[in-house]
Design a protein around this ligand. Structure first.
Ligand SMILES: Nc1ncnc2c1ncn2[C@@H]1O[C@H](COP(=O)(O)OP(=O)(O)O)[C@@H](O)[C@H]1O
Ligand SMILES: [Mg+2]
Length: 391
């Protein structure tokens, strides 16, 4: 047949009788052929699409299989469905063993809340930030991981379950801790150097000067008065020797810092020997988390002086130490002793505590306590300022 699907003028005089006669059939055939061709093109397109999807899926599967991260998919009831090699390496379960088990198998009690919060976030249409926690291995040991949870959806976009990845962050956390410890050491050493310098340049010189003055006075006196002065001069000499030892100690590397909570408890129990009773200690707020490293050293020094004052001056039978961290850091030491003697004006220790507070932008006060003794309050802000930058 000549020119079957071609366009022709309707009244083409060249039309053959057969063509004119068979027009409906020709049209039908043409339409069928057209349809076949369309179907064919559609099939080819579909095939290409499927092939691309298959390739993409294979690439994805390769990534999942070779990833160091643990990757698992969960059904809507949080049962584990798939489990990659990274998950097996990290947690020790084989895929056959873990498949069908609840995801909770991997979570110690403490890990549930953060996971549930992530799921809740996804359910309410958001994206869950990755969170740090500890998950449990097959052998019962725990490992620090960063967990990311996301929704798993079918082709229609309906959520059919969840995906979770867990990355081992043991080394990362160790490096962070080391860094923080190094920073604390450096800051504590700087603080110690400063104190040692102050002691050497100011305190020793003054004590030494006072000793010299007393000596020249003593030279002009006789009898018991002279003897008394010489005792004082000997005391001053002993003080200078002690100060030199302290300066030497200050230049030794700092002890590795324990948590502030632990250090406060240590300090309190050490003071118990001198007090004759154990101080009661209470904490409120994120005492360890909220503190810049150097701040802890200040608080401990203040606590030490406060407890030593109670032991030396208060004649108390009870003392309470209260540490609260929040927007600010508060140390409160309350005793039930005999209270401040208004006649006493000498106060190097208390002045030092006030200076420490003011240098850190905070406040210091010592007032009668409700129980009859004294209450010392030392408070510094925790946010925004870097105390060590202040001269
Ligand atoms: N908890 C307390 N109870 C009674 N008196 C106190 C208490 N704390 C301090 N004081 C009084 O305040 C004075 C000043 O204290 P401080 O500045 O630490 O100097 P120091 O302890 O060297 O005497 C003390 O000598 C003492 O009289
Ligand atoms: Mg004192």
């Amino acid at each position: 047949m000549g020119n079957p699907g071609g366009l022709r003028p309707l009244d083409d005089p060249q039309d053959t009788p057969e063509q004119t006669e068979s027009t409906p059939q020709t049209r039908l055939i043409d339409e069928l052929r057209q349809e076949l061709e369309d179907t064919n093109r559609g099939l080819i397109a579909l095939h290409t699409e499927l092939e691309n999807a298959r390739l993409a899926e294979a690439r994805l599967a390769a990534i999942v299989a070779s990833s160091d991260d643990a990757m698992l998919s969960l059904d809507a009831e949080f049962r584990i469905q798939t489990w990659n090699a990274g998950a097996q390496r990290l947690f020790g379960h084989t895929e056959e063993h873990i498949a069908g088990q609840p995801a909770g198998t991997l979570m110690p009690d403490a890990a549930h809340a953060a996971f549930d919060a992530a799921v809740e976030e996804i359910r309410s249409g958001g994206r869950a930030e990755s969170h740090q926690c500890r998950w449990r291995r097959a052998d019962g040991t725990e490992v620090d991981v960063a967990v990311t949870v996301s929704a798993r959806r079918d082709a229609d976009g309906t959520r059919v379950g969840y995906c979770a990845t867990a990355r081992d962050i043991t080394h990362q956390l160790a490096a962070q801790a080391e860094l923080a410890a190094a920073r604390t050491d450096r800051e504590v050493m700087a603080e110690r150097d400063r104190i040692a310098r102050d002691l050497h340049d100011m305190v020793i010189q003054r004590v030494f000067g006072a000793g010299l003055a007393l000596q020249s006075t003593a030279a002009r006196l006789h009898g018991p008065d002279a003897a008394k002065l010489h005792t004082v001069i000997d005391e001053l000499d002993a003080t200078i020797r002690e100060l030199r030892t302290t300066i030497f100690d200050l230049h030794q590397p700092a002890q590795k810092a324990a948590s502030l909570r632990a250090q406060v408890l240590d300090e309190a129990s050490a003071a118990g020997d001198r007090l004759g009773f154990a101080p009661a200690v209470a904490f409120e707020g994120p005492v360890d988390a909220a503190l810049p490293d150097a701040t802890a050293a200040h608080l401990l020094a203040v606590l030490r002086e406060a407890l030593s004052n109670v032991a030396r001056h208060a004649h108390a039978s009870a003392v309470t130490v209260f540490v609260r961290a929040g927007g600010d850091l508060l140390l409160e030491v309350t005793d039930n002793g005999r209270g401040l003697d208004p006649a006493v004006t000498r106060s190097s220790g208390l002045t030092n505590l006030r200076r420490r507070a003011e240098r850190l932008g905070g406040t210091f006060g010592i007032t009668p306590s409700p129980a009859g003794g004294t209450r010392l309050r030392w408070r510094i802000p925790l946010t925004g300022t870097d105390p060590e930058r202040t001269p």
